[in-house]
Design a protein around this ligand. Structure first.
Ligand SMILES: Cc1cc2nc3c(=O)[nH]c(=O)nc-3n(C[C@H](O)[C@H](O)[C@H](O)COP(=O)(O)OP(=O)(O)OC[C@H]3O[C@@H](n4cnc5c(N)ncnc54)[C@H](O)[C@@H]3O)c2cc1C
Ligand SMILES: *[C@@H]1O[C@H](CO)[C@@H](O)[C@H](O)[C@H]1NC(C)=O
Ligand SMILES: *[C@@H]1O[C@H](CO)[C@@H](O)[C@H](O)[C@H]1NC(C)=O
Ligand SMILES: *[C@@H]1O[C@H](CO)[C@@H](O)[C@H](O)[C@H]1NC(C)=O
Ligand SMILES: *[C@@H]1O[C@H](CO)[C@@H](O)[C@H](O)[C@H]1NC(C)=O
Ligand SMILES: *[C@@H]1O[C@H](CO)[C@@H](O)[C@H](O)[C@H]1NC(C)=O
Ligand SMILES: *[C@@H]1O[C@H](CO)[C@@H](O)[C@H](O)[C@H]1NC(C)=O
Ligand SMILES: *[C@@H]1O[C@H](CO)[C@@H](O)[C@H](O)[C@H]1NC(C)=O
Ligand SMILES: *[C@@H]1O[C@H](CO)[C@@H](O)[C@H](O)[C@H]1NC(C)=O
Length: 532
């Protein structure tokens, strides 16, 4: 199916609802609920965790973790039931009964999936919500922590900082992202050049497998543990918790945010960034975001603004000696640099005002919600200056989409591509994120902005990786292909699977075939089983 027809299909969903009658039929739903009750422990009643459409709070539970307003419409397919698991036995019951009734299960931890895959489906489905399972147990002595999947990154960072001024964890920069999707999909953050990805810092995990068994790393085996370390949990099992390895951070780190638009030589500075950012000292991570703004010097015209946002694991003096020699065109000054604790740097990176207390990380609601579309690419050779100029011109024509470049190199280039399912290691200079946000509802408006995003991504084709055109799994993008989980499932899965996982796709398929041969854990972009 083409992308366009998928979009059309979303619009047709209310009609399709009528075709799949049974989950809506009362007796079948009652049977499913009965199954859940009889498969859970009397000491841990499951009924307070079951929400059907008749429950007055059904919609608020569903919407509480919708993080892309593109999927907050009356035509978005709704689940027929939500289980907000309060205990592992509820997860076990959900899997056992979902399998028994051949129902599509969607697993949701933090709800940040860009395509709503954790809470939208084309077929009748129920949601297993894990936000109640969010304990965090930090042990500084062993420099490790057990964290349940329903915790947010912000809660995790807060708990680490609460116990130590010199430990952190290399994960995403948005504090409301959920641990479940982020870690199982291979999360990255601004310490990636020093310590690698989240999945390069995993020690153990607990899952509920397709047979409802509660397993740890030892009992699940290395293959399944490998798969849920970047291959996406939702194809393999329900992850309950991860044991992570904490990393050391200095008591004082340095951050800066420096902006230059085209009139301030942004093109030259971006070009120099391309040469140096992936090979700078591992302690320094400089993210580059480019967006289109009104010109400050010429009324009525637009310009491109380049924002250089950095974390340096050291003090400002050493930072300036690095940038003065390696990245002179940026013109970084002492006054641009802010020295603070690591946990404060987390707040700075997510745009909280200076001085915001660390408790802000405990707020599970995002600062803003928008309609959005995301995409990704990888770059293996620097983009020549004349092409940068063309790209900026194109961005100004399109106006809406932003580009973010996240530099690789450092530790990322040292870890073998097969160590985890995440394959984009040595040879990649940086990852591109395409990002478009808008605030106006309506399917036409959405189509317009999604189109603009695709348009910019198409324009970038000559400058990015080819055969395959690599993409980041945690930036899931249904434009890369959709699985209907029918007879052609393997071949459909290969289309996006090779982009996300390169050669590791085949090992993921092998593991999938072993642990879930009947493809219970499936979705629009899951890892398929081998063809029969
Ligand atoms: C504002 C924002 C900022 C972001 N910043 C970053 C960043 O800095 N770095 C980065 O790497 N990524 C980033 N992302 C992407 C993010 O890492 C992924 O979307 C991630 O998968 C979200 O996890 P979640 O639990 O919140 O999402 P969900 O939507 O709940 O889950 C995402 C996927 O994982 C599956 N899943 C969730 N929990 C489980 C589980 N317990 N067991 C099995 N499968 C599960 C879901 O079924 C779904 O397929 C960002 C996303 C947003 C919206
Ligand atoms: C949902 O509604 C059902 C039936 O009306 C009721 O038994 C159940 O307790 C409700 N669930 C919650 C979580 O309120
Ligand atoms: C989601 O849509 C509903 C119905 O249109 C609307 O009332 C609600 O405000 C929307 N939610 C957000 C966060 O915009
Ligand atoms: C740690 O958390 C407790 C409450 O959970 C709080 O009282 C204390 O101030 C916190 N300490 C630090 C250093 O953040
Ligand atoms: C831009 O570069 C030119 C030539 O290198 C230089 O003269 C000028 O001062 C720079 N402008 C800014 C705003 O840095
Ligand atoms: C740019 O200016 C126009 C008016 O000239 C205004 O409508 C628009 O909101 C501005 N855009 C931005 C991004 O500031
Ligand atoms: C742009 O227009 C505003 C008023 O609309 C004016 O105050 C400002 O001086 C103008 N700037 C330039 C650079 O022309
Ligand atoms: C870096 O350069 C600035 C301005 O050129 C200068 O003031 C500063 O002392 C230099 N810092 C280091 C550490 O070299
Ligand atoms: C989006 O793009 C498609 C194909 O390029 C086109 O047919 C459609 O009209 C576009 N929609 C909008 C709203 O721009």
């Amino acid at each position: 199916m083409t992308i366009l027809s998928y979009t059309k299909m979303l619009l047709l969903l209310p009609i399709l609802v009528l075709c799949f009658a049974w989950p809506a039929s009362i007796s079948a739903e009652e049977n499913f609920v009965q199954c859940l009750i009889s498969n859970s422990l009397p000491s841990e009643p499951i009924t307070p965790a079951i929400f059907v459409r008749d429950n007055s709070t059904f919609t608020s539970v569903l919407n509480s973790l919708v993080r892309n307003l593109r999927f907050n419409t009356s035509t978005t397919r709704k689940p027929f039931l939500i289980i907000t698991a309060l205990h592992v036995s509820h997860v076990q019951a959900a899997v056992v009964c979902g399998k028994k009734f051949s129902l599509q299960l969607k697993i949701r931890s933090g709800g940040h999936n860009y395509e709503g895959i954790s809470y939208v489906a084309e077929v009748p489905f129920f949601i297993l919500d894990l936000f109640n399972l969010r304990s965090i147990d930090v042990d500084i002595k062993t420099e490790s922590a057990w964290v349940q999947v329903g915790a947010t990154l912000g809660e995790l960072y807060y708990e680490i900082a609460n116990k130590s001024k010199t430990h952190g964890f290399p994960a995403g920069v948005c504090p409301t992202v959920g641990v479940g999707g982020h870690l199982s999909g291979g999360g990255y953050g601004n310490m990636m050049r020093k310590y690698g990805l989240t999945v390069d810092n995993l020690i153990d995990a607990q899952v509920v497998d397709v047979n409802g068994r509660f397993l740890d790393r030892k009992s699940m085996g290395e293959d399944l543990f490998w798969a849920i370390s970047g291959g996406g949990g939702s194809s393999f099992a329900v992850v309950i918790s991860y044991k992570i390895h904490l990393v050391r951070v200095p008591e004082i780190v340095t951050v800066f945010r420096v902006q230059r638009n085209l009139e301030q030589n942004a093109t030259d500075i971006v070009f120099e960034w391309e040469q140096v950012a992936p090979s700078l000292d591992k302690d320094l991570f400089i993210r580059l975001t480019m967006d289109v703004i009104n010109s400050t010097t010429q009324n009525g015209t637009m310009t491109v603004r380049a924002t250089f946002l950095a974390l340096f694991l050291g003090d400002s003096k050493r930072l300036l000696s690095i940038t003065n020699t390696s990245f002179p065109s940026l013109g970084l000054k002492e006054s641009d640099c802010i020295e603070q604790s690591w946990v404060q740097s987390v707040l700075f990176w997510t745009n909280f005002p200076l001085g915001t207390p660390a408790e802000a990380l405990l707020d599970r609601r995002p600062q803003t919600l928008t309609f959005l579309k995301r995409g990704s690419d990888y770059v293996k050779t620097p983009i020549p200056k004349v092409d940068l100029e063309r790209i900026f011109k194109r961005m100004i024509e399109l106006e809406a989409p932003m580009l973010t470049f996240n530099p690789y190199g450092g530790r990322m280039a040292e870890i073998p591509a097969s160590a985890t399912p995440f394959p984009h290691r040595a040879g990649n200079l940086w990852k591109i994120q395409y990002a478009t946000n808008w605030n106006e509802p309506g399917n036409d408006v959405s189509e317009k902005f999604v189109n603009l995003t695709r348009n910019l991504r198409r324009y970038m084709t000559p400058f990015v990786s080819k055969n395959p055109r690599e993409a980041f799994y945690n930036y899931q993008d249904l434009d890369l292909g959709i699985n209907h989980n029918g007879k052609a499932s393997f071949f459909e899965g290969k289309v996006y699977g090779i982009k996300y996982f390169k050669g590791n796709f085949y090992r993921l398929v092998k593991v999938k075939t072993q642990v879930d041969p009947n493809n219970f854990f499936r979705n629009e972009q899951s890892v398929p089983t081998l063809p029969h």
